[in-house]
Design a protein around this ligand. Structure first.
Ligand code: NAP
Length: 338
């Protein structure tokens, strides 16, 4: 039997020779066709990742259901061509019903779902782990077999990286699901969009301010590239429990300050380094939950020397399409509006 290389032109002539003008379908096309009309459930509403992910999956022809905690979000979800399921990631009965019959579910844990970030009585790390347990039980009850889970860089280690420990813990909880449940753990780098939180510092001090900095490059990612990667992974085969890191560009703090500075018309913009204590006290002074502030302070400290990215560099991904210069243009628009 003749073997074909997979080259599209070769397949084309083979099909033509045998079947005249019958419709020509390559393997890739068959794969995409087979994967259309999947029932996909999205957690994380139409947030940073949920929105572009929903748009992409709807565009590909899937039946998408988006979970939101707010009934008044229904119109915006339906406007994207998806169905809304209003309920909470804290409600196992709701999650089990929402997951039932789905081909794939995208899972994420929302910090804000646990309570006000200013509430000092809340144990947020325990709250994030509880969402992991809720998802695990809902998956068991619903019979779901394919999951894409949003984790994080730093999830490889059980301690040392502050707030990122929750992602390690939730991965661990979901890994307890039986072998026939396949999970793709997505480990994105720092989101470009985190930098919006520095706008007030830039306006007040003409600087980004953090407890690390300098010229050492580290990975950053656009939520658009995360959404594109998740949509891509949903089309590819699922094989047990897998991990994929996601990044758009590797760029240093000083390069970030330079690129953003040029985009907003402040070419002297700096990345200022303060001590861990100063950073922690600043966040506590702004009234945030103590555990969250300590977790963030430890996480930023672990950026120094790049230790938190050690596992990323061992499994370095192909970088995504959205470059930092592209994001800088969006940053400038938001900066001008604030
Ligand atoms: N920022 C980073 O650099 C970074 C890096 C790695 C990983 N991560 C992880 O990425 C995740 C955040 O992803 P994202 O930015 O796409 O999220 P996001 O934009 O904050 O969206 C999360 C959505 O969850 C929904 N939500 C809130 N409470 C809920 C509840 N009780 N039940 C159901 N849904 C609820 C909210 O929408 P509704 O109001 O419509 O309910 C919210 O918009 C976090 O787990 C974070 O740790 C972040």
């Amino acid at each position: 039997m003749k073997r074909f290389s997979g080259n599209k032109q070769e397949r084309l002539s083979y099909n033509k020779a045998l079947f005249g003008y019958l419709h020509l379908i390559t393997d890739a096309e068959i794969c995409i066709k087979k994967n259309r009309d999947m029932k996909i459930v999205i957690t994380g509403s139409i947030g940073n990742i949920g929105k572009p992910l929903t748009q992409e999956l709807v565009r590909e022809g899937h039946l998408v259901t988006v979970i939101s905690s707010k009934a008044d979000r229904q119109g915006a979800i339906e406007a994207l061509g998806a169905k809304a399921a209003i309920g909470s990631m804290q409600d196992i009965d709701f999650l089990s019903a929402a997951f039932k019959g789905a081909d794939i579910v995208y899972l994420m844990e929302a910090w804000e779902s646990i309570g006000s970030l200013s509430d000092n009585t809340i144990d947020f790390n325990a709250g994030m782990r509880q969402i992991g347990y809720n998802y695990k039980e809902a998956i068991e009850r619903s019979g779901l077999k394919r999951i894409v889970h949003l984790s994080s860089f730093g999830a490889h280690a059980p301690k040392g990286f502050g707030s990122l420990v929750v992602h390690h813990d939730v991965e661990h909880i979901l890994r307890q699901l039986p072998d026939e449940v396949s999970i793709k753990f997505m480990r994105p780098a720092s989101f470009y969009t985190n930098l919006f939180m520095s706008i007030h510092h830039i306006k007040e001090r003409s600087a980004f301010v953090s407890s690390y900095g300098g010229d050492k490059k580290e990975p950053w990612v656009s939520p658009l590239d995360i959404a594109a990667t998740i949509a891509e992974e949903m089309k590819l085969p699922f094989n047990g429990k897998e991990i994929r890191y996601i990044a758009s560009e590797e760029i240093s703090p000083n390069e970030i300050a330079k690129t953003i500075g040029e985009a907003i018309g402040k070419p002297d913009l700096k990345w200022l380094i303060i001590s861990d204590e100063q950073l922690l006290n600043g966040m506590l002074g702004a009234g945030y939950n103590t555990e969250i502030c300590k977790g963030l302070a430890e996480m930023y400290a672990s950026h120094r020397g790049g230790i938190v990215f050690e596992d990323y560099y061992r499994h370095k991904p192909v970088l995504g399409k959205v470059k930092f210069k592209d994001f800088a243009k969006d940053f400038a628009k938001v900066f001008d509006q604030q």
